[in-house]
Write a new protein. Structure first.
Length: 255
C-alpha cells in the first residue's frame, strides 16, 4: 500500500477507499498504475500509464465458467462522456434486445446463461464491464462473439429503434429510483459529493436525449479498448483458444 497522490481529494480515505500500486515488470521506477478499491470495485487512474490488456485464468471447484471483461479506462461521474457511456452499455446489454444478449443468448443455441454490460464510475475513473456465465466449452466462442460485438459498436452506428429503446431504458432506471424522499435526498447528497450540482438529473436527461448514433460510435471507439479479461472455470481452457478473440491480451500464469 502507498499514500494517496497529492491530487486525490482528501475525502477519499474517509470514504473507505484503499490505494495500492501495481508495477509493470521491467518498467522504470515509479508507479505503473494506481488502483483505488471501494466496495469491491477496482478503478484505475488514467493519468498514470495505461493498464495493459491482460488475460487471467483461474481454476475453481465450481462446475461453471465465469468471465469478466474490463475495458477503458473509463470516466469519472462528472465527466462529459458519462451519459454516452451509460447509454452505450445499454445498447450492448438490455435483455432481450441488447447486442450482447442477441449474440450470446439469442442466436441458435444460447452460449451463456446470463450476460450484462455496465460502467463503474465515481470520484475516480472506472471502467466498462461485461460479465457472463457459461459452460466451460462455450467460453471460447462466447469471447469471440463478445469481441465481434465490441467491433460492431466501434464500426457501426446504432439504428433509430435501438437508440430510442436504449434511451428509454436508461431514463426509466434513472428516474424510477428517485421517487421517494429518501431516494431523492440520497441522490442530492451524491450530486454534491461529485460536484455535479442539484440540477444534475435535469442535465443528465437533456444529455441522454441529445445523444446520437454518431456519438455512441465515437464513445465505443474511445473506451472499448485495453481488455482485461478474467476467466474462472473448473476445467483449464487453452490459452491460445481464449486469445483468438482478444489477441492483444497477454496471458498471465494460472493460479
Amino acid at each position: 500500500m502507498t499514500a494517496l497522490p497529492d491530487d486525490v481529494d482528501p475525502a477519499v480515505p474517509r470514504m473507505g477507499w484503499r490505494c495500492g500500486v501495481i508495477r509493470t515488470p521491467g518498467a522504470a521506477a515509479g508507479p505503473a498504475l494506481v488502483v483505488l478499491k471501494f466496495g469491491g470495485s477496482l478503478l484505475a487512474r488514467p493519468d498514470w500509464p495505461t493498464l495493459l490488456a491482460t488475460l487471467v485464468q483461474t481454476q475453481t471447484a465450481k462446475k461453471l465458467a465465469a468471465v469478466q471483461i474490463g475495458l477503458g479506462p473509463g470516466v469519472t461521474r462528472d465527466h462529459p462522456d458519462y451519459a454516452a457511456l451509460t447509454l452505450l452499455t445499454r445498447v450492448l446489454s438490455s435483455f432481450p434486445t441488447g447486442w450482447l444478449d442477441q449474440a450470446l443468448r439469442g442466436e441458435d443455441v444460447g452460449l451463456v446463461y446470463v450476460v450484462g454490460s455496465y460502467q463503474v464510475t465515481g470520484l475516480v475513473p472506472g471502467y466498462v464491464g461485461v460479465t457472463f456465465n457459461a459452460k466451460p466449452e462455450s467460453v471460447t466462442e462466447a469471447l469471440q462473439k463478445t469481441a465481434a460485438v465490441f467491433e460492431r459498436a466501434r464500426t457501426e452506428k446504432v439504428d433509430d429503434a435501438t437508440l430510442a429503446r436504449a434511451k428509454a431504458s436508461v431514463l426509466t432506471d434513472e428516474f424510477v429510483g428517485k421517487q421517494s424522499n429518501e431516494d431523492r435526498a440520497a441522490e442530492a447528497s451524491l450530486q454534491v459529493m461529485y460536484g455535479l450540482g442539484l440540477d444534475e438529473s435535469e442535465k443528465f436527461l437533456a444529455k441522454v436525449q441529445a445523444l446520437t448514433a454518431e456519438d455512441l460510435q465515437k464513445t465505443a471507439q474511445k473506451y472499448l479498448r485495453n481488455p482485461v479479461i478474467a476467466v474462472i472455470s473448473h476445467e483449464p481452457l487453452p490459452k491460445e483458444q481464449l486469445l483468438k478473440a482478444f489477441p492483444e491480451a497477454a496471458p498471465t500464469p494460472e493460479k
